[in-house]
Design a protein around this ligand. Sequence first.
Ligand code: SAM
Length: 253
Amino acid sequence: MQTYDRSAKYTDLDKIYAHCSGPGGLKLAEFMAEAMGIRPNARLLDVGANRGIQSCFLAREFGVFVVAIDPWDDRMDERPMVEHILEQAAEWNVSDTVLAIQMGVPDTKFAAESFDYVYSTTALEMVRTMRGENGYLACLREIHRVLRPGGVFGLGEPMHLDVPLPPDLEPFVSQDEYPWKECFRDIHETRAAVEQAGFDVIEADYVPDAREWWLEYARHDPFCREKPEDDPRTLEVDDGRWTSFGYVLARRG
Ligand SMILES: C[S@@+](CC[C@H](N)C(=O)[O-])C[C@H]1O[C@@H](n2cnc3c(N)ncnc32)[C@H](O)[C@@H]1O
């Protein structure tokens, strides 16, 4: 299994999973940042930052200036996510390098070519369910627009393996507001969408530790802890057969 030197310093997994929402936590952020080759002093856009813990981690550990965007209010306390992001930034001592704005893709107001990197994890697959494939593509095109030529886009998403959905798993991934069956695609479909948006794909694969990340999420995410019959049960039934996590690294030509 891969070692995660920078995220290993942050050991309170209950707290980490309370402030991000999705598998991987800070390990995911570290994995993506290493894969993207993030360099200090660059401008990074975090799309779908949630409470911003990954944005703060990237700012502190990789020395980037982060613009963290999220359009929604928090599910737990109904405050705008951006308020949480600003609080996180103060707690992480990165208030001078993390800026939070309440907005989402594809409706950003950024000038074209504003960023050196765009990072987005566990966010756009939900937009797919809300806005369909064309809406998903519109988000990717917006990310392409705001990235500078030569800039790198790192997309990390819950995905399913390139196998048919096991029939006994089907009812579990067809439930809730954002059914996994509707949200998740396989790595080939995701790569094709990124290419269709105009990017040159550098690398696309499933992460090696996908199953461990999902199980860690099931143990530590507050909603999973409250409702073990939901996602944790789905992951138990799945048993690593269909659910995974993939990433696409792409460059704007
Ligand atoms: C599941 S959280 C992921 C948080 C974090 N990036 C992670 O990997 O754990 C997804 C976030 O995407 C945000 N979101 C929803 N629609 C969006 C949009 N159109 N553009 C950007 N973010 C959006 C939601 O508000 C939510 O906070």
